[in-house]
Design a protein around this ligand. Structure first.
Ligand SMILES: CSCCC(=O)C(=O)COP(=O)(O)O
Ligand SMILES: [Zn+2]
Length: 211
């Protein structure tokens, strides 16, 4: 569909995505995983061509509104036609797009959760977990299976980060730790992405505290 009807409908979809992202950001900020301006979130709006609604850059993630959202393409660039062309998308939008493309996820969460950063420090080659009930929360077995959460080095270049994530990507693990930075987790929608984030952070805390 093209023309004004399409634009009205697209605006409604974006506003709903912005509302969901703002609520989720506030939730993560409330538990200390998006301190200050850290972290960013996205929802996939369209798969082909890839379009994501991503949080704006540099704002307090506990205080976003439904308008603090930008539509980006597969390279994390703001697309031309959108309600607020003045807004700057997250500096990590390209990595969201890469993760969405690799995983087929409908939503991607990036938080600066401390246990993820600590675990990336102790196990820079991957964080092995086993025999924990919470592994079921990321679709794995609670017993007799080793699950490795991949770790990639940090970079300010999202293409480099994306290539590194692609190298270690495991379709059976909905998260990756970026060393000395934070965690990315994803799911079929924002709710499942939240659950994966919470479960992985729990698993990493257990690993760190029992090392
Ligand atoms: C103090 S946060 C540094 C940037 C960062 O890692 C982050 O997650 C937030 O970046 P954004 O551009 O999405 O605000
Ligand atoms: Zn970050």
């Amino acid at each position: 569909m093209t023309g004004p009807d399409y634009r009205v409908e697209a605006r409604g979809v974006l506003e709903a995505a912005g509302k969901a992202l703002a609520a989720e950001s506030a939730r993560f900020a409330g538990i200390g995983w998006m301190r200050g301006t850290s972290g960013n979130l996205s929802i996939v709006l369209n798969r082909n061509p890839l379009r994501l609604a991503v949080t704006v850059s540099g704002l307090d993630k506990g205080e976003l509104t439904s308008a603090d959202v930008v539509v980006v393409d597969e390279y994390g660039r703001a697309v031309e036609e959108q309600p607020r062309p003045d807004l700057i998308p997250s500096a990590e939008a390209e990595l969201h797009a890469r993760v969405a493309s690799l995983s087929g996820a409908g939503a991607v969460v990036h938080v600066h959760a401390l246990q993820a950063v600590l675990a990336g420090h102790w196990w820079p080659d991957g964080i092995e977990l086993r025999d924990l009930e919470m592994l079921k929360g990321i679709g794995r077995l609670a017993h007799d299976e080793t699950v490795a959460i991949p770790v990639v080095p940090n970079s300010q270049d999202m293409k480099v980060l994306g290539d590194d994530v692609a190298k270690v990507f495991d379709p059976g693990v909905p998260a990756v730790v970026v060393a000395r930075h934070g965690m990315y987790a994803w799911g079929r929608d924002l709710l499942q992405a939240r659950h994966h984030t919470e479960i992985v952070e729990f698993l990493l805390q257990f690993k760190v505290e029992t090392r």
